[in-house]
Design a protein around this ligand. Structure first.
Ligand SMILES: Cc1cc2nc3c(=O)[nH]c(=O)nc-3n(C[C@H](O)[C@H](O)[C@H](O)COP(=O)(O)O)c2cc1C
Length: 327
């Protein structure tokens, strides 16, 4: 049974890959991912906003100590270099320790100077770079076209800066998601990854404060990913990675049937550990054997929506009696 597939320009042994999360910031877990059968690993993202925040914190300390504001450039550069150096070390160590592709990840909210980091990431030996992008649409002076333009500019700058393959990881929030994804997929990216997941916040009515909630995904979230995998997989011009709500060993099979080239997991690594990779690979092989498939392409996209199919159940969203069956 052949589970191999293409991902970011390489052939990987399994379509199930470790998604970017706190677990993939540790070398031990990167090795464990390979040992347990992950096809590739996406490192924890280097966050533009987090580094900016650290710069502000360091600046406040300096100002309290009576330092001059001119120190800003020095502190900003030092903080950035320090964060980047730690990240580059992780890439170098990971590359020395494992044979599966090591994909770095940067989170950016603008097409600005953080792009310089990409060149250093390439030099450190990363096999590819995943760009984790989301622009919170709160700026009333930015139209949807303006927001989309930031994505396009960022991809263009990145592609000029580096030669390693670039994957774009997006959120499900876009007024014209299918069209947007198709457009992005024609911009020379090596992979489109759906979907990034956001931390939501609850309100504690006793303390009247907010607190993060549902940090890990649940199985229910898979259905949204399945729908969009089926819609996008035959529309776009690059391979598709699907993730979000993958918790059981059957879930990767469903996503590949819907057209995913690879499947990304994060929350399940917290809930069930890295053994998940071994279990999901075994289940995939067993299922393929039962069905008489010898390779992934024998069934990939069997339930994806074709261009001419206007009637797929994946298009149905309203609670009409016929579809919900409970009214
Ligand atoms: C604790 C945690 C940390 C995460 N950190 C990142 C990150 O740094 N960069 C990123 O692109 N995605 C990050 N994610 C999102 C995951 O990579 C993934 O897209 C999302 O959680 C949906 O997949 P899941 O249902 O398997 O968790 C994180 C997820 C979790 C649970």
């Amino acid at each position: 049974m052949d589970l191999s597939t293409k991902f970011m320009g390489q052939t990987i042994k399994s379509p199930i890959i470790a998604g970017s999360c706190g677990k993939t910031a540790e070398l031990g877990n990167i090795k464990l991912s390979e040992d347990k059968g992950a096809g590739a690993v996406i490192l924890k993202s280097l966050f533009e906003e987090q580094i900016s925040q650290e710069i502000s914190n360091n600046m406040r300390l300096m100002q309290n100590a009576g330092e001059m504001i001119e120190a800003y450039t020095y502190i900003a550069e030092h903080t950035k270099r320090d964060n980047l150096e730690k990240y580059l070390n992780l890439i170098r160590q990971a590359k020395e320790s494992v044979n599966i592709p090591v994909i770095a990840s940067i989170n950016c909210v603008s097409a600005n100077e953080w792009m310089q980091f990409a060149t250093s990431i390439q030099q450190a030996g990363a096999d590819g770079l995943e760009l984790n992008m989301f622009i919170m649409p709160t700026n009333i002076n930015m139209s949807s076209e303006d927001v989309e333009q930031v994505y396009e500019d960022t991809i263009q700058i990145l592609r000029r800066a580096i030669t390693i393959p670039v994957s774009l990881k997006i959120s499900p929030y876009s007024a014209a998601l299918a069209k947007f994804c198709q457009k992005l997929s024609w911009m020379g990216i090596a992979n489109l990854s759906i979907f990034n997941r956001f931390i939501e916040h609850d309100i504690d009515i006793n303390t009247e404060t907010t607190k993060p909630i549902n940090i890990l995904s649940s199985s229910d979230e898979l259905y949204h990913t399945l729908r969009w995998t089926a819609i996008l997989s035959k529309l776009i011009n690059c391979p598709l990675t699907s993730g979000g709500g993958v918790h059981t060993a059957d879930d990767p099979i469903k996503l590949i049937l819907a057209g995913a080239n690879t499947v990304q997991v994060a929350s399940v690594l917290y809930n069930k550990g890295f053994d998940y990779f071994a279990k999901a690979n075994t289940r995939l092989m067993q299922w393929m054997q039962e069905k008489g498939y010898s390779k992934l392409n024998d069934f990939r996209g069997k339930l994806a929506i074709d261009k001419n199919d206007k009637a797929s159940t994946f298009y149905r969203v309203q609670y009409m009696k016929y579809y919900a069956g409970i009214e």
